[in-house]
Write a protein that binds this ligand. Structure first.
Ligand code: ZN
Length: 324
């Protein structure tokens, strides 16, 4: 029997499904579960598993009223069960507008290079974790015997180890992405990045690994999230010619991916390839911003607008990419 207000999600499959994904979830709206008064335990009536479960929380649920909790989801991961609470709270950060604008080039060498020439590298622990991932992947395939049913215990042990390590890496990547995105939005009033069509790039096998490893897409999602939280402008621009054009004179300087330094034969400007690209990305973003501000009818002047000096009134931007 279904209880009203509960979504009809599939039940967890049995533990032996080796080929299925590890993540499964059951979702509740307002019924089907009950929190203890001290919010340290949760009781499920059906769906997940009837019974009382202890909650090990990272944030104290005591601060939220029952009305604020609009959804509860039980998720199975490689290392156990997780209970997620969707809590309705207004989150807003105060932002000090200081006129700092930045363009970032998401790269293969550094995680990103900004328009001031600073490079933020992938953390060492992530690179170490990725080495271990390869090792564990090899172990799993070594222990797999084709056509054998059931597979050996050693195979299953290795498989579970690999799944747990995948989980660890995805948490490390997320952690790094969140921290980096938050730091960028805290210290800038405008962030411009390349709208990389990751799905297109992943088809290129040479680039595929680095791209998925760097988790750019996830990072840009966090960037958008924190930009909204801080009330700043975040713009995605098309990546066309950002690495080929000279950020100083605008001329095209063709170079292959292996050429790491931009040397302009037209104006003599020399810069790191990614630094030059980041400057072009910032310029593109400012151009879009200028076009949008000038095309908005009846917008009022606001004192101390940090972008005002950059608005050049060009109507050739890409306003469909506006994502403030
Ligand atoms: Zn030049």
């Amino acid at each position: 029997q279904k209880s009203p207000g509960k979504k009809d999600y599939p039940k967890f499959p049995s533990e032996c499904c080796a080929n299925k994904k590890f993540t499964r979830s059951v979702e509740y709206k307002t019924t089907g579960y009950k929190l203890s008064p001290d919010r340290k335990k949760i009781e499920f009536k059906d769906g997940f598993k009837a019974g009382v479960f202890e909650l090990w929380t990272s944030r104290d649920l005591v601060w939220y009223s029952e009305q604020q909790i609009s959804r509860v989801r039980v998720v199975r991961r490689a290392d156990g069960y997780y209970c997620q609470f969707l809590v309705n709270v207004e989150r807003k950060e105060t932002h000090n507008f200081e006129g700092n604008v930045v363009g970032i080039d998401l790269g293969l060498n550094a995680f990103y290079t900004d328009s001031d020439g600073n490079a933020v590298n992938n953390p060492k622990y992530l690179r170490r974790s990725e080495k271990r991932l390869k090792k564990l992947q090899r172990r799993v395939s070594r222990r797999h015997e084709k056509g054998k049913k059931p597979q050996s215990n050693n195979y299953h042990k290795a498989r579970i180890q690999l799944a747990r390590h995948h989980l660890k890496i995805s948490r490390q990547r997320k952690d790094h992405g969140v921290k980096t995105a938050r730091a960028l939005t805290q210290s800038h009033d405008l962030v411009v990045y390349e709208d990389l069509k990751v799905s297109n790039l992943v088809k290129n096998h040479h680039l595929a690994k680095s791209i998925s490893d760097a988790s750019w897409y996830q990072f840009t999602q966090w960037l958008e999230y924190y930009a909204k939280l801080h009330g700043i402008v975040c713009i995605a621009v098309l990546p066309h010619f950002t690495s080929q054009n000279c950020s100083n004179c605008g001329q095209t300087v063709k170079k292959s991916l292996s050429v790491r330094t931009h040397k302009c034969p037209h104006c003599g400007y020399v810069a790191d390839r990614d630094h030059n690209a980041a400057k072009n990305i910032l310029a593109k973003g400012l151009e879009i911003l200028g076009a949008i501000v000038n095309s908005t009818e009846g917008h009022s002047e606001s004192g101390g607008d940090p972008f005002a000096e950059h608005s050049e009134g060009k109507a050739t931007g890409e306003p469909d990419l506006w994502r403030a």
